[in-house]
Design a protein around this ligand. Sequence first.
Ligand SMILES: Nc1ncnc2c1ncn2[C@@H]1O[C@H](COP(=O)(O)OP(=O)(O)OP(=O)(O)O)[C@@H](O)[C@H]1O
Ligand SMILES: [Mg+2]
Length: 320
Amino acid sequence: MALGKKVYKTNVESLFQPARPGRKNAHVIVCGNEKGGSGKTTTTMHLAVALLKRGFRVATIDLDVRQRSLTRYIENRAVWSDDNGLRLEMPDHFRFDAAEFDSALEAQMKDFSSFVKAVARIEATHDFLLIDTPGHDNYLMQLAHSMADTLITPMNDSFVDFDVLARVDARSNEVTEVSQYAEMVRKARRKRRDTDDGLLDWIVVRNRLSSLSSHNEQSVFGCINDLSLQLGFRIANGISERVVFRQYFPRGLTALDEDVLNGPGERENPSHVAARKEICNLLGALRLPIDDHARQRAVAREMWIAKSAKPLEMPDIFAD
Ligand SMILES: Nc1ncnc2c1ncn2[C@@H]1O[C@H](COP(=O)(O)OP(=O)(O)OP(=O)(O)O)[C@@H](O)[C@H]1O
Ligand SMILES: [Mg+2]
């Protein structure tokens, strides 16, 4: 993988072919956008906790080997949970460390094989895998996109963010050219279809929504709408600009941890209630496989875990 000083330009097209060997059942959600700071990590963390709270088995992978914000978010959560005797829901997290070899190709092969192995293991044991990607293009990020069942692209209603998807005419606001990231998703989609006939559901999620929509935001939204038909993505309302979505990072908490955010007898902050509703609505808009069957499985699993955590009693061991 391109790390630090070297920029590798090797063509790794052939490496993509066996991307999803032995697919089992985990639904793969990738959060991606080449625009840095668009809300990928925040969205990944909140969705992971939302799914955990519904009883699903969730794994996460941090592909951002430089910033590692998701890894730190989860580490902070584990420490806060332990230090305070809490039992916070935790995803099984895999931090990705880039291989360092003299040869670019060797490093890419090693990274590729560790990534595919990790995904194969997770797919057999979890319901959801969420992958957070860096805000720049690299071949692992491309590989993750070609494995996705659901691709979430968080985006602010701003022409600066829109530029990562497409260019617009300065007078008419008509889309004139599709940008590099959108091209990459197009390719990833094609690869996914060729590999296992899978379809990638791409959703552009509007992040940091404000309650008062400006004329500029409406123009950007109009452009996203036009582009969605051209590129085949859906649009969903994401989360608003709220302090609660960022202030608890050092404790690894999210807006969904209401029982921990409020002390006993404390009144709940209305912004937290609204934040939870937004995440819940986003989860609905993503149309993930959270059907009744999956929910029943999750409940049964929880009961089984709760039961198996208790020590066996004599009648369980010796039948009458
Ligand atoms: N809805 C929101 N409300 C308030 N703050 C937000 C919201 N979404 C993101 N942020 C803040 O914006 C910053 C960037 O968000 P985040 O780290 O999730 O983006 P990213 O796309 O993962 O960035 P990068 O490309 O650098 O990895 C962070 O400080 C985060 O706390
Ligand atoms: Mg990030």
